[in-house]
Design a protein around this ligand. Structure first.
Ligand SMILES: NC(=O)c1ccc[n+]([C@@H]2O[C@H](COP(=O)([O-])OP(=O)(O)OC[C@H]3O[C@@H](n4cnc5c(N)ncnc54)[C@H](OP(=O)(O)O)[C@@H]3O)[C@@H](O)[C@H]2O)c1
Length: 338
């Protein structure tokens, strides 16, 4: 039987579908009319046009499928966009859960995020059992991922067989509409004005995420959640690693919170009028950038047997992919955008 995948045209989804197809699976992918299909050229993939907010299209797509990976999501670190975040990440998840129950699928793997887990320090990283403590950052994406997980829990109580995975900051190839990859491109092309003086997060190779999702489908415990994360690093160390692998200099400017806050405040005000210009810099990016958002992936290693993929390999493959697909071009002095 086929596997139904939502969000299959994004960073995690393309890598997941390619891995499924490489193992001989047939995939039914829910795509929007505007979704790119790069990396998904295979006779084993059937596309169903629809939208996660349209339950009819999910019913059509899921028919005859026995397993479901739900990845579709609104992924943006901004103070605005709450309605959209809720419609897609919460109501969309509810639609998927409802159809899974109706069509009696064997298992749903729901893609949440460490945004729904909470933050912890290097010494005491957050775990699957942590109490969610990220509400103080007031970031709609974080809150919607947390609420999306509650929806899945509710459906598990009603009899749905679902497992949740919580990836950290994902890095790797096929970042089609660059999300995490935007920072890599900025470092390569010298367009990163500075970095937070403190703060960091768990980083993970997209291939480790795919391995964890598939292991969750096979061996996860119903109703459980699993953090998928490779390495906790400060943003400073991560950006230095990107610069070293890309062969460029990292801007030395690290900025304290109080100095950047006024600019972030103005950017947020301007973003209310021109949101797309300020998705990379606003109060939400500032708050999350200075947060110590470290997590432990001990449970997914122990219970699911997920292997550790070093993060430098993920960065190198992301850079190679951006280079191959012309998102960046090598110059004598470094890199530029074409
Ligand atoms: N990237 C990370 O660092 C990270 C970390 C933790 C968790 N996650 C979670 O992992 C999942 C995938 O993330 P990603 O990084 O692969 O995101 P992405 O590259 O932004 O891709 C998002 C995917 O969701 C689809 N989508 C968005 N709105 C939709 C809608 N209304 N109906 C149907 N499809 C819709 C997009 O389709 P289009 O191609 O049409 O836009 C795309 O396929 C998300 O749920 C995200 O919250 C990501």
């Amino acid at each position: 039987m086929a596997v139904f995948v939502t969000g299959g045209t994004g960073l995690v989804g393309v890598n997941l579908i390619r891995a499924l197809v490489a193992d001989g699976e047939r995939v039914r992918a829910l795509v929007r009319p505007t979704s790119p299909r790069r990396g998904l050229e295979s006779e084993r993939i059937e596309f169903v046009t629809g939208d996660i907010t349209d339950i009819g299209s999910i019913r059509r797509g899921m028919e005859g499928c026995d397993r479901v990976y739900h990845l579709a999501g609104w992924v943006q670190i901004t103070p605005w966009g709450r309605d959209q975040a809720w419609r897609i990440n919460v109501d969309g998840t509810e639609n998927v859960c409802r159809v899974c129950l109706e069509q009696e699928v064997a298992r749903l793997v729901h893609t949440s995020s460490i945004a729904a887990v909470g933050h912890g320090s290097m010494e005491a990283p957050a775990t699957e059992d942590s109490t969610w403590n990220l509400d103080t950052l007031r970031i709609p994406y974080y809150a919607s991922k947390h609420a999306g997980e509650q929806v899945v829990r509710r459906y598990v109580e009603e009899g749905l067989d679902a497992v949740t995975v919580n990836p950290s900051y994902v890095v790797g190839p096929f970042d089609i509409k660059p999300s995490g990859g935007r920072v890599i491109i900025r470092v390569l092309t010298g367009n990163l004005p500075g970095f937070p003086a403190r703060g960091g997060i768990g980083f993970v190779d997209v291939r480790e995420v795919v391995e964890g999702m598939r292991a969750g489908m096979e061996r996860g415990r119903t109703g459980s959640r699993y953090i998928l994360s490779g390495q906790n690093m400060t943003y400073r160390d991560y950006l230095h690693l990107v610069a070293r692998i890309g062969g460029v200099e990292l801007p030395r400017r690290s900025a304290p919170y109080w100095l950047v806050w006024p600019a972030a405040f103005l950017a947020t005000a301007a973003g209310c009028i021109l949101p797309s210009f300020f998705t990379d810099f606003n109060l939400s990016v500032l708050r999350s950038g200075f947060c110590e958002h470290y997590v432990s992936a001990e449970k997914s290693r122990r219970e699911l047997g997920v292997a550790h993929w070093p993060i430098d390999g993920a960065i190198a493959s992301a850079i190679a992919w951006f280079d191959e697909w012309n998102y960046v071009r090598r110059t004598t002095g470094g890199w530029c955008t074409p």
